[in-house]
Write a protein that binds this ligand. Structure first.
Ligand SMILES: [Zn+2]
Length: 269
């Protein structure tokens, strides 16, 4: 604030979207998704004591869903699901204009929805979670494993036998060039995510699903396959008509969504 020369009296508060499990009411990050050794971070109190500003913290999928709801594709729509596929998989759900939180504010756990009970081992210790297929980390791990098992791919020309160099962006690049292994790995990632999404459509009847994250940014094929496979699986006619869109990369809705937490608190809504 000092560096930018901002007027402190014009700052209403600070809104934060954090990856992981967040106790929204108390402003505590219970489990920080990108550094699991960090638990029970009392960020709200910490920042309030040092600034005196109103501080509001939520899971980043929820804040991104709020950004989309207020100012993005969701403007005018009351029911939406916002999905992130990056190092992990998560989602924020808005129903009847409100963030769906549940008892522990953990309706963002799409990544650990089991979609294949005999399937791949997930970081959480269980088998067949969406995150074991559709995160960038899983895509890399599963593709590297296929290469170690001797499957042929354009990836071998790019990375040689240094399989650890095979990252999600190289996989997506080779898939766009028509490499069959890369296409197969993206198809697997899309397939299992689509099971989870179609189940959520059946459960929540959203008008809109926004797909975001580095994996969607890296691969148009992945987006198209997730969209097609999800729409194919929708059971109830009531769930039909849902619109599936990809997040516009160059927007600032991440930040705006977090800021709306403060507006909400300010207006006591
Ligand atoms: Zn899991």
């Amino acid at each position: 604030v000092t560096e930018k020369g901002l007027d402190r009296s014009k700052i209403l508060g600070v809104g934060i979207g954090a990856p992981g499990i967040v106790d929204y009411n108390r402003g505590i990050i219970l489990d920080f998704a990108i550094a699991h050794q960090l638990v029970d971070i009392h960020l709200k109190d910490y920042l309030w004591e040092r600034t005196g500003w109103e501080i509001a913290i939520d899971n980043n999928a929820n804040t991104r869903a709020l950004g989309e709801y207020w100012y993005g594709f969701g403007a005018g729509c009351q029911n939406l699901i916002y999905v992130i596929c990056s190092e992990g998989v998560g989602n924020g759900i808005i129903i009847d204009g409100k963030v769906l939180r549940g008892k522990n504010n953990f309706t963002t756990g799409l990544g650990h929805m089991i979609v294949n009970s005999d399937g791949r081992l997930c970081n959480c210790g269980r088998h067949g979670c969406i995150e074991a297929y559709s995160s960038t980390e899983a895509l890399e791990k599963n593709t590297q494993e296929a290469l170690k098992n001797g499957l042929k791919s354009l990836l071998l020309e790019k990375a040689g036998t240094q399989f650890e160099k095979v990252d999600y962006s190289l996989i997506c690049h080779c898939a766009e060039a028509g490499d069959s292994l890369c296409l197969q790995m993206l198809e697997e990632a899309a397939y299992y995510l689509s099971i989870g999404l179609s189940n959520q459509i059946g459960s929540f009847n959203p008008e809109l699903i926004v797909l975001s994250g580095t994996l969607f940014d890296a691969s148009a094929t992945f987006f198209e396959r997730v969209k097609t496979l999800t729409l194919e699986k929708i059971f109830s006619p009531l769930a039909g008509g849902v619109i599936i869109k990809k997040r516009q990369v160059r927007d600032n809705l991440y930040e705006v969504g977090a800021a709306t937490l403060v507006f909400k608190s300010f207006f006591n809504d």
